[in-house]
Design a protein around this ligand. Structure first.
Ligand code: SAH
Length: 225
């Protein structure tokens, strides 16, 4: 047992602790959060969320809560990430997904862990640089872009799915236009005090909309920083 105290914390002690903490979080998401998709639960179990936040907040990484990541932004609450991912893949695993709002990179990494080809856009350069470094360190291969993502990333359209992780007053039609036939879009829509999570599916009969409930997201902002 002595060796345990001599080992580098991230190499042994904390590594084991965080796996246990992750397992506990995942069990809570299943039992209390109603998350049923095993693919999603497994992705959250395997991905170290503590590596997507500042070390000083590391001990809170496996609480089911949003946490600050700097620049007045937050890493989304694990339940929200799980629910959005579940809604996005429910009707079949998409091959190619666009994310608007990279932030910490956690949601994008969850999608990449599922074997999805991820294109992610972030308007704050400082956040994107850190997220890119995380992807590299974890051996995750994602396509990133520093831009205002409200109108998507048209060069790589159509996407099988689109996920927006910041709340706008309305969905830009340009975004929906980049969704392929049969594709799914999940986005929070509304003002700062009241937002709902919407899922839109492009079917042969037209666009089908589901209301997935109330959520709280940081606002979708125009321009780059
Ligand atoms: N998916 C992120 C959530 C971060 S919060 C995660 O898992 O951590 C939402 C992010 O959306 C913030 O980083 C914010 O800067 C970004 N954002 C807001 N408006 C945007 C826009 N118009 N284009 C691209 N990113 C935007």
């Amino acid at each position: 047992m002595m060796s345990r105290f001599h080992a580098k914390p991230e190499a042994q002690g904390q590594g084991m602790t965080s796996q246990r903490a992750r397992d506990r979080l995942v069990e809570r998401l299943r039992s209390e959060g109603g998350i049923r998709d095993e693919r999603v639960l497994q992705a959250l179990r395997s991905l170290p969320r503590h590596l997507f936040i500042d070390e000083a907040l590391g001990s809170r990484a496996y609480e089911d809560t949003a946490l600050p990541i700097g620049n007045a932004q937050t890493i989304s609450q694990p339940w929200v990430v799980a629910r959005m991912t579940e809604a996005l893949i429910e009707h079949g695993l998409p091959k190619k997904v666009l994310e608007v709002g990279t932030g910490s990179g956690y949601q994008a990494a969850v999608l990449a862990t599922l074997g999805i080809e991820v294109y992610t856009v972030e308007r704050i350069d400082e956040l994107l640089r850190v997220a890119r470094r995380r992807f590299r360190n974890m051996g995750l291969n994602l396509r990133t872009k520093h831009d205002d993502g409200r109108m998507g990333w048209p060069e790589h359209a159509p996407y099988d799915a689109i996920i927006v992780t910041a709340a706008g007053a309305a969905l830009d039609p340009a975004l929906l236009a980049q969704l392929g036939e049969g594709g799914t879009l999940v986005a929070p829509v509304g003002g700062p005090s009241a937002q709902i999570l919407l899922r839109l599916r492009k079917t042969v009969e037209g666009v089908v909309q589901d209301d997935l409930g109330k959520v709280v997201f940081v606002p979708l902002v125009s321009g780059i920083l």
